[in-house]
Design a binder for this molecule. Structure first.
Ligand code: DX5
Ligand code: ZN
Length: 218
């Protein structure tokens, strides 16, 4: 079993309120919010005002994935908007340690995301400062891409790193996650799965949520 954070990137943009209502009823654990700046990644999505709007419509935790260059500039604003988890990319931070501190000082859980090609080594000296590690299993910027299999081994290694700390650190996987690869990811140690297309483009989105979480394996 894992937690699931469906990504609104694949939901109907003109009706996020309906998506939130559906996610609450379908047993989603969190809502994954993909913030893109058109600089760190080619695409642009939405920013702090959208997080504030979502906050008013749901009690589910908001898992905010900042695909933004120098995200420290915006951490306080996203926290004030109502984010519960703020995840920044190691590749986008000149001062990663400081940015993680800023997130925690605002009372949010601090996450670090790594692109598929980024080694886990960058986490070595910030393990005490993270509450979540996000292994990207596609190159960030778009929903609906194909899962990169090499990330499975990375998830196994990350799970070992987490175990050696003795702390509870969420291990999130994001990109191309679906009902087929979710069991392998959970076996590898993933504890939080993001799914965009596999949920919202499914003919039975509620069943997809259950299957990806691993409910049907019990
Ligand atoms: C990609 C985003 C993902 C995306 C996942 O840049 O970070 O969260 O929404 O979508 P799927 O599950 O369709 O790959
Ligand atoms: Zn994401």
């Amino acid at each position: 079993m894992a937690l699931i954070a469906p990504s609104l990137l694949s939901a109907e943009f003109t009706n996020f309120a309906a998506a939130l209502e559906f996610l609450e009823q379908a047993g989603a654990d969190m809502v994954h919010c993909d913030v893109m700046d058109g600089l760190f990644v080619p695409n642009i999505t939405f920013g702090q005002p959208m997080i504030a709007a979502l906050r008013k419509k749901t009690k589910l935790p908001l898992d905010v994935h900042l695909m933004v260059q120098d995200p420290g500039r915006y951490v306080a604003e996203f926290a004030d908007a109502g984010a519960d988890i703020i995840t920044v990319h190691a590749e986008a931070c000149t001062h990663l340690h400081r940015t993680l501190q800023q997130i925690r000082e605002k009372g949010c859980k601090a996450g670090v995301a790594l692109n598929p090609a980024t080694p886990l080594d960058v986490l070595e000296y910030v393990m005490n400062d993270v509450d979540l590690i996000l292994c990207m299993s596609v190159n960030p910027g778009f929903g609906g891409q194909k899962f990169i299999p090499a990330v499975l081994e990375k998830v196994r290694k990350a799970a070992k790193m987490i175990a050696s700390t003795g702390r509870e650190i969420l291990l999130e996987v994001d990109g191309g996650v679906n009902e087929e690869n979710a069991p392998e990811l959970i076996k590898a140690g993933a504890t939080l799965l993001v799914a965009g297309n596999a949920v919202f483009k499914n003919t039975d989105p509620a069943a997809a949520i259950r299957h990806i979480k691993g409910d049907t394996l019990l």
